[in-house]
Write a protein that binds this ligand. Structure first.
Ligand code: IVH
Length: 720
């Protein structure tokens, strides 16, 4: 960025700079739209735009036809208000083969206790490749529209969604008083091509694919821009509803049509696995001619009563699955193999590829997973390879094309030392099985900078502390500058705003020096740099401090996840938080003599995980670092499950034969009502549900004076 103040610019300097700014901003927009990977911070991007606007204000005659101020470009999503979904917007599990689909239907049958010969009807629906949105209607009037966001919280894009013709502003027919309709906003191939032609003609960035362009279009700050884009909407699901108008998925879709929504015309109710697979093949064959992108077929158990019984596992329903189309492939060359060191010290090999377009997205990296995978593929630098990209997952290398291998090529040698800290990198051997772990890990632990940095990045990530504005780049920068070593240091930043501002200013100056050097220009005088610092960083530092402060109150589940204990991710962290409920209970639990057994008694936590948690708290420096962190925090208890029920917080044991539901269903149901289900009876047990044939557990119950119910008694207690 040029440092010269705008009022000192000559007209010819201004013209030159406007030209450069137009180019640079368009370039950033392209990164944002095409790769969804901006290369500058939002603050830097905003600074470019501001500068452009300032120069234009002083030289209105010089405003260019391709000026960035003619369009609302890639705006950071923080600009929209947040919306909390009354009912979370979930995602779907994936099936990649016919076997996976058969397995899904089998799972459903087993859960419901049905025999192999009993079919469960499903709705099969094309999986539209757009972005999902939730539309809230009250008394038939559209009152709010939101994106999915992280499933719990999305963005308020009501004004933009109102401009989409397929989205009724007022419902027809006889809709429930409160109705949240969910579905997919998408763009047809025709509209996509027309939009890109227009973008190109106007010198604006083109979009990579219809999904990105639909997403980019609904996230415009100016609804007039959204209105100028041809977008469509298919309704396929719902959130909150005051009265259910139907008892089946197909019935709901019919109702949606009667309210004025468009339902995909290809949806079909299928009774058998054969019918489902036939539908899939049919859709696959028609895919190219549909006129819009789909990336698979979704199957949903049709009966809503059965859906209710099946419930959810973590973030996806047990009653639905997405059968994805095979991934897209392309050929390219491995230019280098690099090793990245992760949070747990894992040495992760990454292939740097000659950039190639696969399914509309430019790919230049692919994971090689581990040492064994490289050996299996015999992947070498210089090799031509076939790569595959499926949905949003990291591209994979499928195979090497041996005929295209350069003569001088040599097998790749996997390093036995950490490329970051030089410590030995080893493959651990499992004591029980005697097998080597697939991953080679750096033994440097706390002395390894890569691990320190990755742990900090994990700590601030969305599922953990979710500190807005503190991303990977800043973590690396603050670590490099000695400001960050452990989580507690993040909060200590709030006491050093000046130092933070200085580091940011230097970083920014260095970046622009590099840019100038790359353009072959003279360095900027120091004085101008110092001035810029005061103007630019103030706001960023202030926002950052506020964002960090805001997270000093945190939920127990997020805290546990953020610790980055091996094998403990979001789901396990939630299980732990639900079990212990409060920070005090959790910490004293970790100090208990019987910690491993206690952990293993938690449903969903096995030996390996219990061991990893034990190891973490057995390490004094972990405990000390946690103590230092806790000095900054107020940790809130894990809330009891939303539905308060007669059994929430109670420990329940099922024994004997259940006749009205399978054991798995009984357990899932009890857990969804807030009960803990345990496998053995102790003095801590509250209720034993005993069916015919109950044996020793029933005796234990009597011994400990625990309430015993039969299956009907239990059902009555839980209300059905
Ligand atoms: S149902 C709880 N039906 O796929 C189930 N989703 O991977 C909610 N999608 O976020 C989703 N077409 O954006 C459903 N006919 C369809 C769909 C569909 C596309 C998308 C949707 C969702 C994602 C899940």
């Amino acid at each position: 960025m040029s440092g010269k103040s705008v009022d000192k610019l000559t007209a010819s300097e201004a013209a030159k700079e406007l030209e450069r700014l137009a180019r640079e901003i368009a370039e950033h927009d392209r990164h944002y739209y095409l790769q969804d990977a901006p290369v500058v911070s939002d603050a830097d991007y905003d600074a470019l735009r501001r500068r452009n606007a300032e120069i234009e204000a002083r030289f209105p005659d010089l405003v260019r036809a391709d000026s960035p101020s003619h369009r609302v470009g890639a705006q950071p999503s923080e600009k929209f208000a947040k919306v909390r979904h009354a009912i979370p917007m979930l995602s779907l599990d994936n099936a990649f083969s016919d076997e996976d689909v058969a397995e899904f239907l089998g799972r459903v049958r087993r859960f419901l206790g049905l025999g192999a010969e009993e079919d469960v009807a499903v709705m099969a629906e094309p999986k539209i490749d757009g972005l999902s949105a939730s539309l809230r209607y009250e008394d038939g009037v559209l009152v709010q529209g939101a994106t999915r966001g992280d499933g719990t919280e999305g963005e308020d894009i009501t004004a933009n969604l109102r401009t989409i013709a397929d989205i009724p502003l007022r419902l027809s027919g006889n809709p429930p008083r409160v109705l949240e309709v969910r579905g997919e906003v998408y763009m047809t191939h025709k509209a996509f091509a027309a939009l890109n032609r227009r973008q190109e003609k106007d010198g604006k960035p083109v979009y990579a694919n219809p999904r990105n362009s639909a997403a980019g279009s609904v996230r415009q700050l100016d609804p007039r821009i959204t209105a100028s884009r041809a977008l469509n909407f298919f309704a396929y699901a719902w959130g909150e509803i005051s009265e259910m108008p139907s008892d089946s998925q197909h019935g709901m879709l019919k109702k949606f049509e009667s309210y004025g929504f468009i339902v995909n015309p290809l949806v079909r109710r299928c009774e058998t696995l054969d019918a489902v697979l036939k539908f899939y093949r049919g859709i696959e064959a028609r895919r190219a001619k549909l006129g819009y992108d789909i990336d698979g077929v979704v199957y949903k158990v049709d009966s809503l009563a059965l859906q209710e019984r099946l419930g959810f596992v973590s973030r996806s329903p047990r009653w639905a699955i997405a059968h994805k189309f095979p991934a897209e492939q392309a050929e390219t060359v491995i230019e280098a193999i690099e090793i990245q060191v992760g949070r747990t010290g894992k040495l992760a090999p990454v292939a740097r590829l000659k950039p190639v377009t696969v399914g509309g997205v430019v790919v230049s990296n692919a994971t090689l997973h581990n040492e064994d995978e490289i050996a299996r593929l015999d992947a070498r630098v210089g090799d031509t390879v076939v790569i595959q990209r499926a949905g949003d997952v990291i591209p994979q290398i499928l195979r090497v094309i041996p005929e295209k291998r350069p003569k001088a090529s040599k097998p790749y040698k996997f390093p036995h030392t950490c490329p970051i800290c030089g410590s030995h990198a080893v493959r651990e051997v499992d004591e029980k099985t005697g097998k080597e772990d697939v991953d080679r890990r750096c033994t440097g632990g706390l002395i390894c900078d890569a691990q320190t940095v990755e742990r900090l990045k994990y700590f601030v990530a969305r599922d953990a502390f979710d500190i807005e504005g503190l991303g990977g780049t800043l973590i690396e920068l603050f670590h490099e500058q000695g400001l960050l070593k452990e989580p507690a240091d993040i909060f200590a930043l709030t006491e050093k705003p000046r130092k933070v501002a200085e580091v940011l200013a230097e970083h920014r100056a260095r970046l622009s020096e590099e840019r100038r050097a790359a353009e072959g220009k003279e360095p900027v005088k120091t004085k101008t740099k110092a001035k810029k610092k005061d103007e630019g960083e103030g706001k960023q530092v202030e926002n950052l401090m506020t964002a960090i402060e805001a997270r000093r109150t945190i939920g127990l589940d997020r805290l546990i996840n953020a610790l980055g204990i091996r094998h403990v991710g979001e789901t396990t962290a939630r299980l732990l938080a639900r079990h212990y409920r409060s920070l005090d209970a959790f910490l004293s639990g970790m100090k208990s003599e019987t910690v491993k057994e206690d952990l293993e008694s938690i449903e969903g936590i096995g030996g390996v995980v219990a061991e990893a948690i034990f190891d973490f708290f057995d390490e004094p420096h972990n405990v000390k670092a946690l103590d230092r962190l806790l000095k900054w925090l107020t940790v809130t208890d894990m809330a009891a499950p939303a539905k308060s029920s007669p059994v929430s917080g109670k420990t329940v044991v099922f024994t004997g034969t259940l006749e009205k539901m399978t054991r798995q269903e009984a357990k899932a149901r009890a857990e969804s009502l807030g009960a803990k289900v345990s496998g053995s009876v102790s003095a801590k047990t509250d209720i034993v549900v005993a069916g015919p044939g109950a044996g020793s557990k029933l005796k234990d119950a009597q011994k400990h004076n625990v309430q015993v119910l039969d299956e009907d008694g239990w059902l009555k207690l839980i209300g059905g």
